[in-house]
Design a protein around this ligand. Structure first.
Ligand code: CC7
Ligand code: ZN
Ligand code: ZN
Length: 238
């Protein structure tokens, strides 16, 4: 995990992750703190082979400009960018264009090898790494996608509580591990609260790991039932 913090956390970096598949590395979300976190980990930015985006908020895409510039002008290559089709235009037009537009560079394709992926469709992104984007509610009018990874690992975007989705993933689809957005104190409004997650049946809670938490997380250690916290700069194997 490059970070496990909420958008406004100061002691935790943005909730962004590296997924290792065979010899390749995919960056799942690239927030404002992503490059600093890679630096602290000693992982050179040039070793990122591919990027996958959940939604357009700065803690999830705010590091894309630096990534694009470094890849193009320092390393001279285009990383793969996997992106749910509905996010591609807003990512360029509403987020990146202001910084990246210049005479010879006028689209996402000038910086990335763009591969559009479809919500609800399982796609192998890299050998050994398949994802299904699942559209999940976050902010009214804003598209946001959580990911079912290799059929058994659910990695949530920021999302409002959706117990039916979690029940279906566990009971019908055999999901074994859930990394879930967690706002420690109510009201959640655009996120899922700890209280909401603690209302789930034990059979679901035991698969849940909490991320995207604020700086008060130490006060909640030991108070999350069977759910565990995902820790920054830890590597998990499933
Ligand atoms: N309608 C909104 C929009 C945003 N926000 C806050 O801003 C943060 C942006 O990053 P996030 O991780 O999605 O969390 C959002 C809310 O804290 C919010 O509380 N309500
Ligand atoms: Zn966020
Ligand atoms: Zn968000």
């Amino acid at each position: 995990m490059l970070g496990t913090g909420s958008a406004f956390a100061k002691t935790y970096l943005n909730t962004n992750a590296l997924l290792y598949a065979n010899q390749q590395t995919l960056l799942l979300d690239c927030g404002v703190t992503a490059s600093q976190s890679l630096y602290r980990l000693g992982k050179p930015i040039e070793e990122i082979d591919a990027v996958l985006i959940s939604h357009i908020h700065a803690d999830h895409v705010g590091g894309m400009e630096e990534l694009a510039f470094q890849m193009k002008f320092v390393y001279g290559r285009k990383p793969l960018l996997f992106i749910p089709e509905p996010l591609a235009k807003p990512l360029w037009e509403s987020s990146l264009k202001g910084g990246l537009l210049q005479d010879e560079c006028a689209s996402l394709d000038d910086y990335f090898d763009v591969r559009l992926i479809q919500p609800g469709t399982r796609t192998e992104l890299l050998p050994g790494l398949a994802v299904e984007p699942i559209q999940t509610a976050h902010i009214p009018g804003k598209n946001s996608y959580s990911y079912l990874i290799n059929d058994t690992f659910f990695y949530s975007a920021d999302l409002v509580f959706n117990p039916e989705l979690l029940r279906g993933l566990v009971e019908e689809r055999g999901c074994t591990t859930i990394f879930h957005d967690c706002q420690l104190k109510p009201p959640g409004v655009v996120h899922t609260t700890l209280e909401e997650l603690m209302s789930l049946p034990a059979s679901i809670q035991e698969r849940i790991w909490l991320m995207h938490y604020d700086d008060t997380k130490p006060q909640f250690e030991g108070k999350t039932g069977v759910m565990r916290f995902v820790e920054q700069h830890e590597r998990y194997r499933f």
